[in-house]
Design a protein around this ligand. Structure first.
Ligand code: KG4
Ligand code: ZN
Length: 335
């Protein structure tokens, strides 16, 4: 059979990314231009700045991707682009670049949900075995997604307030750590002990939903109260205690859902999947489900990239799910 080459484009947040993936599984080229430094001094992503950077970077990133792949645009079987969710002004840059290329070269266009992309990052390391469960944890999302087959996503649990990554970033800010705070807390946690008492939001019996805003407030209150009493809490211990609470709930709910749904695989996805504590705890707890395979992508594929969009786009293309030239950015697109 003929090989399928798909160009992926991702501009939903603060990375301008393009990649070419062969047969949905093999990375031919993968380029990510990060804007992190431009947003750092604001302590978060500034939408207007993000859009401007994407405009400046998108052509360069696309050219660099084609150069590294040593391919011509006309050799592509499809162009897959993140259509949502994300920042609308940021998404629009990728969507319009994809439409322009697809129109000019008469190449099929595919719209991809950002979270579907994060999940399909796993297929770049390991073939999917259905049914499976994906734990998607990023700056904007915390979701447990059940998949019976390719392209079928059922959200069985999600956060009711803050996303896990968002909680990491807010707690990091309270500890006066730089943005994005996730990696800093992860690093500090290794040097501390989880001795500070913090809540765990289990919610109702049998619910796979999450909640992290109460935990975030508890951290801020604990820090505030300690300061008032003139006590000093070791930031390492606070980081370790916060991380223990987040990881315990994420891992336990994932284990329960995996057992309940009888899945063959658990996939980890999103920026928080880079968390060392989460990876370790998940690997440890997998002993409870010896028949289930755990897949964790390398760090570079956990954070935003376009190879994951190309991987998801390839499956959609094969299922005949093509987008028209009317494709538009949708900041609140549902999975
Ligand atoms: O998937 P991603 O790159 O962008 C979104 O789609 O949101 O995720 C970014 C999030 C940030 O909140 C960042 O703090 C968090 O992932 N993150 C981490 C770690 N590395 C990145 N959180 C905890 N531990 C880490 N090692
Ligand atoms: Zn993401």
């Amino acid at each position: 059979e003929k090989d399928i080459f798909v160009l992926g484009i991702e501009t939903s947040c603060d990375e301008t990314a393009a990649a070419i993936v062969k047969n949905g599984r093999e990375i031919i080229a993968n380029v990510v231009a990060s804007q992190m430094e431009s947003h750092q001094r604001f302590g978060g992503v500034v939408p207007e700045i993000a859009s401007r950077h994407h405009v400046e970077q998108i052509t360069l990133v696309l050219e660099e991707t084609m150069r590294r792949a040593n391919m011509d645009v006309n050799e592509l079987d499809a162009i897959a682009v993140t259509e949502g969710p994300g920042l609308v002004g940021a998404l629009l840059i990728g969507v319009n670049a994809a439409k322009a290329l697809a129109f000019a070269h008469r190449i099929p266009l595919v719209g991809v949900h950002h979270i579907a992309g994060h999940i399909y990052a796993n297929r770049l390391v390991q073939e999917m075995k259905f049914p499976l469960l994906a734990l998607v944890v990023s700056g904007g999302h915390t979701e447990l997604v059940y998949m019976k087959e390719h392209g079928m996503f059922e959200v069985i649990g999600e956060t009711r307030d803050d996303a896990a990554g968002e909680a990491y970033d807010k707690v990091a800010r309270a500890l006066q750590l730089p943005y994005p705070g996730g990696p800093h807390i992860d690093r500090l946690a290794k040097e501390g002990k989880p001795i500070i008492d913090l809540p765990r939001a289990w919610l109702e019996e049998g619910s796979y939903d999450f909640s992290f805003s109460g935990l975030k407030s508890a951290v801020i209150n604990t820090l505030h109260n300690a300061k008032q009493r003139g006590e000093t809490l070791r930031p390492e211990d606070m980081a370790a205690s916060f991380q223990a609470s987040v990881v315990e709930v994420l891992v336990e709910k994932t284990m329960q859902a995996a057992a309940h749904y009888g899945v063959k695989q658990i996939l980890l996805a999103g920026g928080v999947a880079a968390n060392e504590g989460l990876r370790t705890q998940l690997r440890e707890q997998m002993k409870r489900l010896p028949e289930v395979e755990l897949v964790i992508p390398p760090l570079s594929l956990c954070t935003d990239n376009a190879a994951m969009i190309a991987a998801a786009g390839t499956v959609l293309l094969q299922q005949g799910k093509r987008a028209s030239m009317a494709l538009n950015a949708n900041p609140s697109l549902l999975l």
